[in-house]
Design a protein around this ligand. Structure first.
Ligand SMILES: [Zn+2]
Length: 137
């Protein structure tokens, strides 16, 4: 999957929320929340088009943009990329930190409770390549 910078991700959010969307509308949305110039936004947009993650279609004489991949899949991919960088023994702490930082609905709570009772295990083994673990074993 193509790597997308934090700034490029902001452009993607505007596209995902409004696609298909014209350049001027992307600019209006992002200028309301970021201190970016028109040319910065157009440059970021062009990079996303070059990466193939944003497509262009023509509506009359105006260009409009659409995403070529699903936001949920991308976020999932990023989460697995993050978790692959830490030891099996640390993964749960990463998730606990994430959960601590958000609020959840009653339905989320029930789903998570069920999942937690199914996933409980007595021992977690390190899965790091030799010499790359900083967990105290
Ligand atoms: Zn490890």
């Amino acid at each position: 999957m193509e790597k997308i910078s934090t700034a490029e991700f902001e452009i993607m959010r505007a596209i995902w929320s409004n696609e298909p969307i014209h350049t001027k509308d992307i600019i209006t949305i992002l200028k309301a929340t970021h201190d970016w110039s028109d040319s910065t936004i157009k440059t970021l947009l062009a990079r996303l088009v070059n990466k193939g993650v944003v497509g262009i279609s023509k509506n009359g004489n105006k260009f409009q943009y659409y995403s070529t991949f699903d936001k949920t899949k991308y976020v999932e991919h990023e989460m697995y990329t993050l978790l692959s960088k830490v030891c099996n023994k640390t993964k749960m702490q990463v998730l606990i930190d994430m959960i601590s930082s958000i609020n959840m609905s009653e339905e989320d709570y029930r789903t998570l409770s069920t999942l937690l009772s199914e996933k409980q295990t007595s021992k977690i083994e390190c899965d790091c390549p030799k010499g790359l673990c900083n967990e105290k074993i």
